[in-house]
Ligand binder design. Structure first.
Ligand code: KG4
Ligand code: ZN
Length: 395
């Protein structure tokens, strides 16, 4: 099955074409990457110190058509067609793209002149994320569905992050081996911090979640307090690694909120406030910033691991997946690998490849395939972007 995947939930615009096939037992599957195009808006948002939804929406609308062309060209599916578009289809597309200024003209000029590509379905992120940004991708997918008469799979962004954790990547393909269940996922990104359990493939229970800030948000806010650019996660990580390499005693210690509480929820706003007290009205030296970054990263890693290990014990999960932008963090990955090997030698730890931790369309194509294989398509008129879409409700 060939899938065209679209991702616009935050500050990455991405389009990919994947050839997907089941390869054996359970969820085992191979995804051959036929085309993959991505544009990050990080440089644009850095100026504002964070992601501005209206700017993200505008950039997605500008970039989707060129990225689609680029992904299709790489997949050798971009061919000119001289037949003109049916007027009913033309009108339906115009109505669908009404709220995406600038996109209609570019869409009709490009898609109106191309042959229908040999794909079987369109997978699009419908949530969670920034709603105005999500809508651009959703409306774009709807317009493509009308133009090409292909069904749409509505993908949960977080399920995409789980798929990337489970996949091993080779040169041109991604392979997901049969996953031993229950599967516990620790999803850590700019908007999420949650532990979800799948006793069955694609069916989720919420085991724990943050009660205030997401962990990526805490990284970004602490980075801003230290005068570091957006996105803060990689910057904090860089400073903390410098402090670790330097060694010696760290003058800073930070709290580990709720670490001993008998549940699997998280809280990061108190930790962030503790950093604020330490930096307020002070001119910190580079060394002090590095030490503080290290203290923050250690506190975060300890809390994440403590809650995850509690969840592993409570659920007897056989596989643990780390997903989301924060799972790029070197220290968190290292801490989990070391501690899991000692505490849970029988649980398989799955960490996404560094190149796939940030948002991309491959993850959406992988998650989309599993739903498409079950015939889980949406009715076009009912498809909506949902910024708060949940993977699981509390059990
Ligand atoms: O999954 P993602 O790309 O977008 C969302 O869906 O939110 O996650 C972005 C978040 C940002 O908060 C960013 O600072 C954080 O992931 N992040 C990191 C690292 N790289 C990205 N946090 C800690 N360490 C990193 N190396
Ligand atoms: Zn994400």
């Amino acid at each position: 099955m060939k899938i065209l995947a679209i991702e616009t939930s935050c500050d990455e615009t991405a389009v990919a074409v994947l050839e997907c096939e089941s390869t054996g037992e359970g969820n085992a599957a191979r995804f051959t990457v036929l085309g993959n195009a991505l544009l990050s808006q990080i440089e644009i948002h850095r100026e504002f110190g964070g992601v501005y939804p209206a700017v993200a929406k505008r950039e997605h609308a500008k970039n989707l058509v060129p990225l689609l062309e680029s992904a299709l060209a790489e997949a050798n599916m971009l061919h000119e067609d001289t037949q003109s578009m049916d007027s009913g289809v033309h009108d339906a597309i115009t109505a669908t793209l009404e709220r995406e200024p600038g996109l209609t003209e570019a869409f009709l000029a490009s898609i109106g002149e191309m042959e229908k590509p040999e794909i079987d379905a369109i997978a699009v992120t419908a949530g969670p994320g920034l709603e105005p940004a999500l809508w651009v991708g959703v409306n774009f997918a709807k317009a493509l569905s009308l133009a090409w008469d292909k069904p749409i799979v509505s993908v949960n962004h977080m399920e995409g992050h789980i798929c990337t954790a489970l996949a091993t990547s080779t040169d041109q393909s991604l392979d997901i081996p049969s996953t031993e269940l229950p599967l516990l996922s620790l999803l850590i990104s700019g908007g999420h911090t949650e532990l979800v359990l799948a006793r069955e493939w694609l069916s989720y229970e919420l085991i724990g979640a943050t009660r205030d800030d997401a962990v990526g948000e805490a990284f970004d806010k602490v980075a801003r307090m230290l005068g570091l650019p957006y996105p803060g996660g990689p910057e904090i990580s860089r400073l903390a690694e410098l402090a670790r390499a330097r060694g010696g005693e760290n003058p800073y210690t930070l709290p580990r909120p709720m670490i001993h509480d008998p549940h699997c929820d998280f809280s990061f706003s108190g930790l962030k406030t503790s950093v604020l007290y330490l930096v307020k009205d002070k001119e910190l030296s580079e060394t002090q910033k590095e030490d503080l970054a290290l203290a923050f990263e250690d506190a975060v890693a300890d809390v994440l691991y403590a809650k995850t290990s509690r969840a592993l014990m409570d659920t007897s999960a056989k596989t643990l997946a780390l997903g989301g932008g924060v799972s790029a963090n070197t220290h968190i990955k290292r801490a989990f690998a070391e501690r899991m090997a000692a505490d849970f030698p029988d649980v398989r730890l799955c960490i996404p490849a560094a190149s796939l931790t940030s948002d991309n369309a491959l993850m959406i194509g992988m998650a989309g395939f599993y739903h498409a294989a079950k015939g889980d398509f949406v009715v076009l008129d009912e498809l909506k972007a949902n910024g708060n879409r949940k993977l699981a409700d509390a059990a």
